[in-house]
Design a protein. Structure first.
Length: 79
């Protein structure tokens, strides 16, 4: 748990994640309803408002040190 670290890091990123599944269109719904047929992710896309390196720096810096957005304002400062 991150709260056990003495510098109290916080992972805080703004972004989106998309998954594309293989198989029939209704297969995802059936799995959500309890059907045990496997669904395979064939494409994964993730985008954050800050570079991945800055997001990872949040693990080794105190919370609030690295802004979660290139447009963020307030107390957060990009190191």
């Amino acid at each position: 748990e991150l709260d056990r670290l003495p510098w109290k890091p916080r992972i805080d990123v703004i972004g989106r994640t998309k998954f594309w599944y293989s198989g029939e269109e209704n297969q995802v719904e059936e799995v959500c309803d309890g059907d045990s047929r496997p669904v395979q992710v064939y494409f994964y896309d993730e985008m954050w408002e800050i570079p991945a390196g800055l997001a990872l720096l949040q693990l080794v810096t105190p919370a609030g040190t690295i802004a979660n957005s290139n447009c963020a304002s307030g107390d957060d400062v990009i190191a």
